[in-house]
Each structure stands twice: as structure tokens, then as C-alpha cells.
Design a protein around this ligand. Structure first.
Ligand code: 5AD
Length: 328
């Protein structure tokens, strides 16, 4: 597809949009059947050294900052495994202080549990990534957030686009299944920017793409920004599937927050993964990256039920396999 066609497709509505989405779904089903991979996320800390303008746990927000200790996290991992999760996603703000604890957790888990780890902990030096890889972690996610450099700079006062790219390269080199992604509907982001994001994905051949609508958070500088168009989000996911073919693509929590039932629609439009939140209720209010995040009043069991319900509504089957990227 030429860039102009991608831009045009992002704006499709009605029957034309339906065609695009069903084309994406056909590709997904050819590669992954009607299975949706389930991964459990543990948001173990909201401590963060970064001040990203959109984020509800940015450094300059005065809020309760928590960090679960080693034992608490191990107990949670074991309970997730007991439910059936075979991938655990460990996510936190960017906070290098807990790096050694993460290494220990991966090592200890690998001794006795049949679990794959996805880490979503932000940027680090290659040496630290290597430690985690050697401990046994299989996957790593760092969103580029936007490939428009100026926009990236405006949104990340204390971060650098090229450093982020270097992190992604280092992860790939170390043999992680590497994921990135962007937010859709950021203030001042155009459809051309979104087309460039997809072209960036296509060129760099990542293993996973986590994307979602930008949603305002009331304590951030972007609190008054307008809300993302739902059709744009669905078309974007469909285009990612059509142009990246076999990557793992989740229907994200932010999609479910933008509109009730949207995750289901996304699962019929190119996505093949869902990541229920396995964080206990008592921490959830302190991990609100954006307003009205779904599940803030749920315990892990209920969040899983909600995800299973979305899968069923999409006419798909939940799969607790490890769910590596297909090479078909
Ligand atoms: N709206 C939508 N997504 C957000 N994230 C952070 N803040 C927001 C927001 N306000 C996303 C970022 C980050 C991921 C963990 O959450 O893309 O990479």
C-alpha cells in the first residue's frame, strides 16, 4: 500500500471500513485461527522518573507511589499461573531502582513455573536488558508512542526519540520478541503521522504492536485534549494487521475504556491478543494512566471474566498458550 492509500484507509467509514476490517480478520484467522491469546498483566509499581505529558503516573503528579516487594510479586505470579496464564506481563513506571529484583523474580519463576515473561519497564542500557534476557525473559515492550519526532519531543520533555529507537534495536539484537506501539489521536497528530507509524512498523518488523487511543488524564497538561475517534482506532488496527501480517496485536485496556465493547470489535478487526489485568484491586486506583480506566473496581478474576466475555462476543476462542509470534 502506498502512503496515500494508508492515509485514506485510516479515514474509512461505513461499508468501506467494514471491508478493510474483515480483510484484516481474514488474515488474522489464516495465521492464528480464531484463537485469542491471553496474557496476565501485573502492574507492580507506579514509581516513575519520567514526565511524559499524557501519562497519569508522570513524575510530577503528587500521588501515592507504590512498589510491590519481591514476595508479593512472586505470590501474584503463582496465582496467575494457577489460573492458567502462560504469559505474565510485568509492567511499571520507568524506575531503574528495581532492576535487580526483576532479575531475581524471573530467575526464581523459571526454576519452577512454565511461564513466559513480557517486560514493560521502559528504557534501560543494553547491559540491563541483557541481564533480564539471560535470566530468561522472552519478550519486551516499549512503545515509540509516535514516530513524529517533533510530537515525540513535545510529549516527552525528558526523553529522546533516538534513545528509544536504540533501546528497541538492543532488545531485538538480544533476541527478545520485541514489541512497540503508538497512541492514536494524540493532540496535533495527523492521519499522515499515523500512516508513518504503520510504515515504521512494517519496515522494522517487530513481533508485537500494542496500540491504543490517547485518553486524557485530569492531572496532566493534556487534560483538555479531545477524545480519539473510534473508527480511526479500529481502522488503524486493521491496517496494522494487513501490513505487518503475523505480529501479535492486542485489543488493549485503553480501547475498552474509549468505548464499551470496543475490544470485541477490535478482536474482529485484526487483533489476536488480550491482556487482562492481574493487579489486585487495592493498587488499581494508583495505576490510572488515563481517566476512567476500566477495571479500577475489579479484582483479577473479574477482569479475566470481562476479557473472556469480549472474546466470546467477538466469536473467538480464548487460548492460554504461550502465544509466540507465528512465523507463517
Ligand atoms: N492515554 C492512553 N494511553 C496512555 N499511556 C500512557 N498514558 C496514556 C494516556 N493518557 C500508554 C502509553 C504507554 C502505555 C503503558 O500506556 O502508550 O506506553
Amino acid at each position: 500500500m502506498k502512503k496515500s492509500e494508508i492515509i485514506e484507509s485510516i479515514g474509512l467509514k461505513g461499508n468501506n471500513a467494514e471491508n478493510l476490517r474483515s480483510k484484516a480478520n481474514n488474515i488474522t484467522e489464516k495465521i492464528y485461527g480464531n484463537k485469542i491469546f491471553i496474557r496476565g498483566i501485573i502492574e507492580f509499581s507506579n514509581k516513575c522518573i519520567r514526565d511524559c505529558k499524557y501519562c497519569g503516573i508522570r513524575k510530577s503528579i503528587k500521588m501515592n507511589r507504590y512498589e510491590m516487594d519481591y514476595k508479593t510479586i512472586m505470590v501474584l505470579i503463582k496465582s496467575a499461573v494457577k489460573i492458567g496464564y502462560k504469559t505474565i506481563v510485568l509492567q511499571s513506571g520507568e524506575f531503574p531502582v528495581h532492576d535487580d529484583m526483576i532479575t531475581d523474580i524471573i530467575k526464581e519463576s523459571k526454576k519452577e513455573l512454565d511461564t513466559v515473561f513480557t517486560l514493560s519497564l521502559g528504557e534501560r542500557d543494553e547491559q540491563i536488558f541483557k541481564k533480564w534476557r539471560n535470566a530468561g525473559a522472552e519478550r519486551y515492550l516499549i512503545r515509540i508512542e509516535t514516530t513524529n519526532r517533533q510530537l515525540f519531543k513535545n510529549l516527552h520533555p525528558d526523553d529522546d526519540y533516538d534513545t528509544r529507537i536504540e533501546s528497541l534495536k538492543a532488545l531485538k539484537k538480544l533476541g527478545f520478541e520485541t514489541g512497540t506501539g503508538v497512541m492514536i489521536g494524540l493532540p496535533n497528530q495527523t492521519d499522515e503521522d499515523l500512516a508513518n507509524d504503520i510504515i515504521f512498523f512494517q519496515k522494522n518488523n517487530f513481533d508485537m504492536y500494542g496500540v491504543g487511543p490517547f485518553l486524557p488524564h485530569y492531572l496532566t497538561p493534556l487534560k483538555n485534549a479531545s477524545i480519539t475517534n473510534v473508527d480511526t482506532v479500529i481502522n488503524f488496527v486493521a491496517l496494522m494487521r494487513i501490513l505487518t501480517i503475523n505480529a501479535n496485536i492486542p485489543a488493549t485496556t485503553s480501547m475498552g475504556t474509549l468505548r464499551k465493547g470496543l475490544r470485541s470489535e477490535i478482536l474482529k478487526s485484526g487483533a489476536n491478543v488480550i491482556m487482562p489485568n492481574h493487579t489486585p484491586l487495592e493498587y488499581r486506583e494508583d495505576y490510572m494512566l488515563y481517566d476512567n480506566k476500566i477495571g479500577v473496581q475489579s479484582e483479577p478474576d473479574d477482569t479475566l471474566k470481562m476479557a473472556l466475555c469480549d472474546i466470546e462476543k467477538a466469536g473467538k476462542i480464548a487460548s492460554f498458550e504461550k502465544g509466540f509470534r507465528s512465523r507463517i
